[in-house]
Design a protein around this ligand. Structure first.
Ligand code: ITT
Length: 198
């Protein structure tokens, strides 16, 4: 089985975390850009699972090796679990996260305590050379912060406050975030499944 895994993502923030979490797998992990693949994938699924599977399947014509993909997002309970699978597209793909994050804080104006609950969700899909599709899921529970805090991570990290740690996921070190995050949990679960195939 090939020693290179294509990770079907164009998101550099995700890719930084993925490389750290999968470092012990002993495989070379390459992003779409590094693999020289330009593909426009229509993520029209209604669930994180559907979209993660859409991504790995879209890459199958380009390689006969293992393909991984991540579909993830932020569910805000007070907003009926939005932006959810639309997290990247929420308020427009080109709108800055400073603006998107402030808009979510503004929508929760006057909402207090547990009613501010939210979570990051991550689903990892794998497509194996024999056609097998695997998925794994991870979540991290938090609350929407009253103001943005922290410089780490990417995307919605500055507004996801995790009570057990007393900080947002943007205020965690990369190691801390990977230890407790939706992506860390989903990728470690996927590693366990993949070990059976190596
Ligand atoms: P790819 O499809 O190319 O992987 P994408 O950014 O479009 O990149 P998604 O469709 O899975 O990926 O959308 C995920 C969005 O959810 C991401 O752009 C962020 O806005 C948000 N998100 C996911 N994980 C996050 C994290 O760990 N920290 C902050 N925001 C996160």
């Amino acid at each position: 089985m090939t020693d290179t895994i294509i990770f079907a993502t164009s998101n550099e923030g995700k890719m930084r975390e993925i490389r750290m979490i999968l470092a012990d797998l002993g495989k070379k992990i390459v992003s779409l850009k590094e693999a020289g693949i330009q593909v426009d994938i229509e993520e029209n699924g209604e669930t994180f699972e559907e979209n993660a599977i859409i991504k790995v399947k879209a890459l199958r014509p380009y390689t006969d090796g293992i393909i991984l993909a991540d579909d993830s997002g932020l569910e805000v309970d007070y907003m009926d679990k939005q932006p959810g699978v639309h997290s990247a597209r929420y308020m427009g793909e080109d709108t800055s996260y400073d603006i998107k994050n402030q808009a979510i804080i503004d929508q929760l104006d006057g909402v207090e305590g547990d009613a501010r609950s939210a979570r990051f969700v991550c689903v990892i899909a794998a497509s194996l050379p024999d056609g097998t599709i695997l998925t794994s899921r991870g979540t991290i529970e938090g609350q929407i912060a009253h103001k943005q805090a922290g410089e780490g991570g990417f995307g919605y990290d500055p507004i996801v406050y995790v009570p057990e740690f007393g900080c947002t996921t943007a205020q965690m070190t990369p190691e801390q975030k990977n230890e407790v995050s939706h992506r860390g949990k989903a990728l470690r679960a996927m590693k366990e499944q993949l070990k059976e195939y190596f």
